[in-house]
Design a binder for this molecule. Sequence first.
Ligand code: AHR
Length: 488
Amino acid sequence: MTTLKMTVNTYSKKGRISPLLYGSFAEHLGRCIYDGIYLKNNPDVPNTDGIRNDIIEALKAIKLPVLRWPGGCFADEYHWRDGIGDKSKRKKMINTHWGGLVEDNSFGTHEFLQLCELIGCEPYIAGNLGSGTVQEMSEWIEYINSSEPSSVVQERIANGRKEPWNLKYFGVGNENWACGGNMRPQYYADLYRRYAVYCRNYGPNRLYKIACGPNSDDYDWTDKIMESITKDCSAISLHHYSWMTSQRATELSKDNYIKVIAKSRKMDELIERHGNIMAKYDPEHKLKLVVDEWGTWYKTEEGTNPRFLHQQSTMTDAIVAAGTLDIFNSWCNIVSMANIAQTVNVLQAVILTSGKQLIKTPTYHVFDIYKEHQNNMLLESYCENKRLDSDEQVNAISHSASIKEDGAVFITLSNASLDKEYEMDIELFGNHYENAEANILASDNYLSHNSYEEPEKIKKEAYSQYKLSDNRLFIKLPACSVIGMVLK
Ligand code: AHR
């Protein structure tokens, strides 16, 4: 077995790991909201005003910090007034982007904000710049956040909510380079400047305004946006998917497995290069990157509507998730939030549902392991690595290390190799550590996944294949595995 050296310096703190890096995204798409999070009518499944209790509990358990809604592409077709008031009178619209289904608007602003309150997470709303008016966007924020006795606020109170919600995170459009209006960057930037003026602050609450940033490696978009928007903006978004639409998740060939891992690891280069462009206009990096859509995107599952983007989630996705979260940690000074796409039943979902049943995917368990990084200080760490293959030049190991306020160190590691186990020889400089506790997510097959027949085939388990002495930790990192360990 090859030994790889790693060092962690507990005295060298590089920045705070915002909990918001561990966020999620729920769109009116396929079975994410309806027949996923929200049940229009299913008394057999325990729920709170239609919101599934098991989903609330599962998301609480991974300390979900923030949830983005209502889209995605749906956001720029969504008119918030259609989703408030008496449900029987709410407007029915066609969800043209996602399968042409009739959207009855039964899940709207109140329902979403209630969901976030039940989970205990921050809401992040994406506004409609593509097909909505400035007034509409402005009044949505007034409706949610104001406590003054305006007509809009009276309407909210009449709809059952007296206190404002104090929404903080607000996106001014989504993918306005494509489904959000097919705009050129200069045009979008001008619109952003106009719309953002009317996204007002109410009371002491301060909006964190997020402009539409680039698709993956569209560096020109970032350049042109940054040229025009540095004021009245807190962050720009970045979307990056690891596409493999020629194969289903559970049929992925080994070659395509490596390609998917390579695509996901590109996140590192994307953050670095977009970050460098942003620094040209904003050297102090006051504006941050919000990676509000990321994850795998495979061929959809057989027998499902292709526009519902329903896919299984395997150990491949776990390796993608672990590597990506390690990348976000490493860029915690530039990336202020990230949201995996999506929460339930769509793309790299953390949860899958069918009727009464609920499955936690391998990706869910990665979030469960990695939640220990939330709010810690990132530590300087270095790790020897091995290439996964010669063509893609992908590293097998991903890692990060962080320190809690009480001095405990948390280390995460993932091994993307499908056949090589490594022994990690980790040397800790600085504080002295005597106890370790570890959890692992592993399988001998990268296609392994949880199913309704075997919902717990892949799950986080306690792990003891390590030895700690004299501030040196030797730990076995099996092929296709993810480990999280706390040192005290
Ligand atoms: O997450 C699915 C879709 O991917 C979103 O609606 C859109 O923003 C992106 O293209």
